[in-house]
Design a protein around this ligand. Structure first.
Ligand SMILES: Cc1cc2nc3c(=O)[nH]c(=O)nc-3n(C[C@H](O)[C@H](O)[C@H](O)COP(=O)(O)OP(=O)(O)OC[C@H]3O[C@@H](n4cnc5c(N)ncnc54)[C@H](O)[C@@H]3O)c2cc1C
Length: 338
């Protein structure tokens, strides 16, 4: 397959992970990554990076969701075990999740079955954090600091000889003649590229503060969370349905900072570093599938890998490995079967 040409569209965490796994699978192929934005311009860069599947079912099929989740955990954990944290941004992190009224919030069946530690929090542990918490869990999960990870993958992309093109793709027609197969990892961009009405933004905003004494994450109610990151601490958050506003909203900042400080009063001594805003590319289910699309008179092979919502850091390796498998399937499928 030495003449094989593959293009990955998008260079967030999903595109970056996918392109590397594709190049490893198709060593002799010419593999390209084409993207409008890279590194700190992407939504991925904004994320807190906690490995934490939300209660729902990302794939719309429990077995498939579990496979993505287990593959993802193993992928991240392998990086954590074999590489240096400062370089990759992948490490283990422990902390609490609390609720005043809802015991189900602190139980995450996906994580309970997967993580090395997931246990009920003791009364004295809950009392350490003001809020009158009645239910709580303590667990050890993984964190991928996206800024570090994206930089690390950029070096791997260069080392593997993957060709990098910075540009916006307005339609599949624009690129389909140059490649045998396209892999679409455009996140929110897929809403327009695929005219996919099921994709919508879930706006998020974070306050990044300097508070080096915070060593554990704490999730409270109302999307309130405090997460230590590489050098700083992340205070969040919010989820605003169908908001396309990427400007910092000072009322959101005031609300989330107050909620976090109520939970951890020592944050009053923290210093603000910056704000971050991102649009989570939400879709139910996340789209990881093959498509044969007629563009003019050409039948174009496309594998989609987008719509990870608030869980793209968690699930990107699992869906990317799945997408690589779909590329292999498409390339070996007989034209006569189409
Ligand atoms: C505040 C916040 C906190 C979060 N915290 C977490 C967390 O703790 N854990 C977790 O798992 N997830 C978290 N997420 C979710 C996570 O950030 C996303 O699910 C993930 O970043 C999606 O990755 P992506 O690569 O699909 O999208 P993106 O990072 O948006 O990348 C899409 C890429 O496609 C490119 N693109 C789009 N359209 C085109 C086009 N037409 N032509 C060329 N290029 C195009 C873009 O330029 C970009 O490079 C959080 C998100 C936010 C906003």
């Amino acid at each position: 397959m030495s003449d094989l040409k593959i293009a990955v569209l998008g260079a967030g965490i999903v595109g970056s992970t996918t392109v590397i796994e594709l190049k490893k699978e198709f060593r002799n192929a010419s593999v390209h990554i084409i993207s409008e934005k890279f590194q700190n311009e992407t939504t991925s860069y904004v994320a807190a990076g906690i490995f934490s599947p939300e209660g729902g079912n990302l794939a719309g099929n429990e077995e498939r969701t579990r496979k993505w989740l287990v593959d993802s955990y193993n992928y991240w954990n392998n990086i954590r075990r074999t590489q240096n944290f400062e370089m990759t941004g992948v490490r283990e992190l422990s902390g609490y999740i609390f609720s005043r009224d809802h015991p189900h919030i602190v139980k995450n069946e996906w994580l309970e079955k997967l993580l090395p530690l997931y246990r009920a929090a003791e009364e004295d542990e809950m009392a350490m954090y003001p809020g009158g918490w009645k239910y709580g869990s303590y667990f050890t999960t993984l964190q991928t600091v996206p800024g570090n990870y994206l930089k690390w993958t950029a070096n791997i992309i260069e080392d593997l000889g993957i060709k990098v093109e910075k540009r916006k793709v307005s339609s599949f027609a624009e690129v389909c003649d140059d490649f045998d197969i396209l892999v679409n990892c455009t996140g929110m961009g897929a809403k327009f590229l695929c005219k996919d009405k099921a994709v919508f933004p879930l706006r998020g905003q974070l306050s990044i503060v300097r508070a080096p004494w915070i060593k554990e994450f704490v999730f409270g109610e109302w999307d309130t969370y405090v997460i230590p990151s590489f050098e700083n601490v992340i205070l969040g958050g919010c989820r605003q349905y169908e908001s396309y506003d990427t400007a910092v909203n000072r009322y959101d900042a005031l609300s989330m900072e107050e909620r976090c400080k109520n939970m951890i009063p020592s944050l009053n001594k923290g210093q603000l570093v910056e704000y971050r805003v991102g649009l989570r590319p939400y879709r139910v289910p996340t789209r990881v599938e093959k498509e044969y699309r007629l563009v003019g008179s050409k039948l174009v092979k496309i594998v989609h890998n987008y719509g990870h919502g608030g869980q793209g850091i968690t699930f990107s390796p699992g869906t990317s490995l799945n997408a690589v498998q779909l590329v292999r399937d498409m390339l070996t499928e007989k034209q006569s079967k189409l």
